[in-house]
Design a protein around this ligand. Structure first.
Ligand SMILES: C[C@](O)(CO)[C@H](O)COP(=O)(O)OP(=O)(O)OC[C@H]1O[C@@H](n2ccc(N)nc2=O)[C@H](O)[C@@H]1O
Ligand SMILES: Nc1ncnc2c1ncn2[C@@H]1O[C@H](COP(=O)(O)OP(=O)(O)OP(=O)(O)O)[C@@H](O)[C@H]1O
Length: 278
């Protein structure tokens, strides 16, 4: 059985406070994107869990979030895993696009269907929270407002297919580092833009300030994007390093792509996609 794990963007990410447990209280509007990893799940005659992935730079053992999700699911249901899992990656990792988290959640949802266990979303979400803060969001397969450290998910109607142009430089930003260097600064000026109907009137990501202070390239990239006529808004996603541009219209992607290459060179990963409301 084949399942699709979407990437995500944070259309807004407020960091509210540092918690006693070292995590941070956040409030974020997160949206799935039309770029997916593929996860193929099948029963296996022999015992054990066979995991194959086309991206050889990723861990294959218990450090891979797919393997961890599968083992957690089987352990929770009292199964001995007799599984073959094949992961095909398209979402760049360490990018602020939640690829690994999405793979983990999609594995839980997929195994629930493969084994016909009919676990509730709440039960799957509780397992997801043990795998990572971004994982519960992907259980609901919808745009949502995320709170807590990411475990409280409130699906919201988001009837927009916003054209986004994703740009990822050839480096990642470690999420723990980004949060560790977040300072409780009040208003971080977002970029208000007209195209927004939903209640979050500005694009704001409180992790930009620490990340942009260290990774000046990202600050320059965002500032440059905001001077381009094709662009209605721009923001870093999650803890980075992806910066996305909200396009005035989908057809503007080609001209923006060529200008990005001319301005910043061709070693950037670029992708045109759309938000998926749910
Ligand atoms: C930046 C976001 O991607 C926005 O959606 C998420 O908040 C991060 O989600 P994630 O990558 O799944 O994060 P986890 O793997 O759970 O946590 C990695 C590390 O990030 C920091 N972390 C994460 C989430 C959070 N709300 N507060 C934190 O301080 C902690 O140091 C944690 O040890
Ligand atoms: N299946 C997987 N796909 C991608 N990364 C994985 C996977 N399993 C484990 N990882 C590890 O998890 C790390 C974080 O991956 P992930 O793609 O979830 O984070 P991200 O792209 O930084 O998104 P965010 O910062 O929004 O959580 C990767 O750098 C990688 O080392």
């Amino acid at each position: 059985m084949e399942f699709y794990a979407p990437a995500k963007v944070n259309l807004s990410l407020r960091v509210l406070r540092r918690r006693e447990d070292g995590f941070h209280e956040i409030e974020s509007l997160m949206c799935p994107l039309s770029i997916f990893d593929t996860i193929d799940l099948s029963h296996r005659e022999e015992g054990g869990l066979e995991f194959v992935c086309d991206d050889t730079t990723l861990p294959t053992g218990d450090d891979n979030l797919v393997v961890r999700a599968a083992k957690l699911f089987c352990q929770s249901c009292g199964f001995q895993p007799r599984l073959r899992i094949q992961l095909t990656k398209r979402i760049p990792h360490g990018a602020g696009l939640g690829g690994g988290s999405s793979d983990a959640a999609t594995t839980l949802v997929g195994l629930n269907r493969l084994f016909e266990t009919e676990l509730s979303r709440e039960a799957l979400s509780a397992m997801a929270a043990d795998l990572g803060s971004d994982v519960p969001f992907f259980i609901y397969q919808s745009a949502a407002v995320i709170r807590g450290r990411g475990e409280f998910v409130e699906p919201v109607a988001f009837p927009h297919e916003l054209p986004l142009f994703l740009i990822k430089p050839p480096f990642g930003v470690p999420t723990p580092w980004a949060y560790k260097h977040w300072l409780d600064s009040r208003e971080v000026p977002g970029v208000p833009y007209a195209a927004q109907e939903f209640s979050w009137g500005t694009l704001v990501n409180d992790l930009e300030r620490p990340v942009f202070e260290k990774y000046l390239f990202l600050a320059d990239l965002k500032s440059w994007l905001l001077t381009q006529p094709e662009v209605a808004g721009a923001l870093m996603s999650g803890s980075g390093a992806t910066v996305f541009a909200l396009l005035q219209e989908k057809g503007a992607a080609e001209s923006l792509a060529s200008k990005v290459a001319a301005e910043f060179g061709t070693n950037l990963w670029c992708c045109l996609c759309e938000t998926i409301g749910g």
